[in-house]
Unconditional design. Structure first.
Length: 231
């Protein structure tokens, strides 16, 4: 493992099985996959739909467990942790932005952003202050008290980015974060993500179908046939 390695996947295999013990069917997403992500790196992962890109992010975040192999974060194999330990790790270290923003529409923007801190046991007033700081960073300080359901799609995704960053994570995972947005709004969201990455020296793994966005990243890999290849 390189000295500045943040994430290392070793002999990673993920197989989904169905059909019970008799007549069991297997879907091999990938087998013996290897990947190393350095501190501060901006990595883009491309590939066809169904190639396993989202599964890859889920495994890195501890949202899924590998069939075999190791998922190391600063040398610690998170795949070997208990569910409770993984939840603590994810809350402290991982920011996640999905294609869908997954905001609670009846809650205010500030309440949505502060939720990871409340889950982590933070004092409510301190969590609210941090949420408002993050909303200011994404240009939505004036929308803190608006309900999330009142915002445009682009604004909702910016709130989701603020929520992903509220705990000051070491790693940001973004799964098609502009996929549900029009071209102009998507460009603004990507530019915002890149600006935040630079200002925070944030390690980022981005899944995208947009070749132009991918080309702006420091390294681009394609997931195909269960193998990560340079483009």
């Amino acid at each position: 493992m390189a000295p500045n390695s943040l994430v290392q996947l070793e002999n990673l295999t993920r197989i989904y099985r169905s059909g019970g013990r008799s007549g069991e069917n297997e879907v091999v997403v990938f087998r013996n996959l290897e990947l190393e992500v350095q501190e501060g790196e901006q990595l883009a992962v491309m590939g066809e739909s169904g190639a396993g890109k989202s599964t890859l992010l889920y495994l890195i975040a501890g949202l899924d467990r590998p069939t075999s192999g190791a998922v190391r974060f600063r040398g610690r194999d998170i795949a070997s942790l208990s569910d409770a330990e993984v939840a603590i790790f994810r809350n402290r270290e991982i920011g996640y932005v999905w294609q869908q923003h997954h905001l609670l529409p009846e809650f205010t923007c500030a309440e949505n952003v502060m939720m990871p801190k409340l889950v982590g046991g933070e004092n409510r007033m301190k969590a609210l202050a941090m949420a408002k700081e993050r909303l200011d960073e994404v240009g939505l300080a004036d929308r803190a008290d608006h309900r999330a359901g009142e915002l445009s799609g682009g604004e909702q995704q910016r709130v989701a980015i603020a929520r992903a960053l509220v705990a000051n994570p070491s790693l940001l995972l973004a799964d098609e974060p502009t996929g549900n947005l029009d071209e102009t709004t998507g460009e603004k969201v990507f530019t915002l993500l890149d600006s935040l990455r630079r200002s925070r020296n944030l390690t980022t793994v981005l899944v995208t179908h947009n070749r132009r966005f991918a080309g702006s990243c420091g390294r681009v890999l394609k997931l195909e046939g269960g193998v990560l290849c340079n483009i």
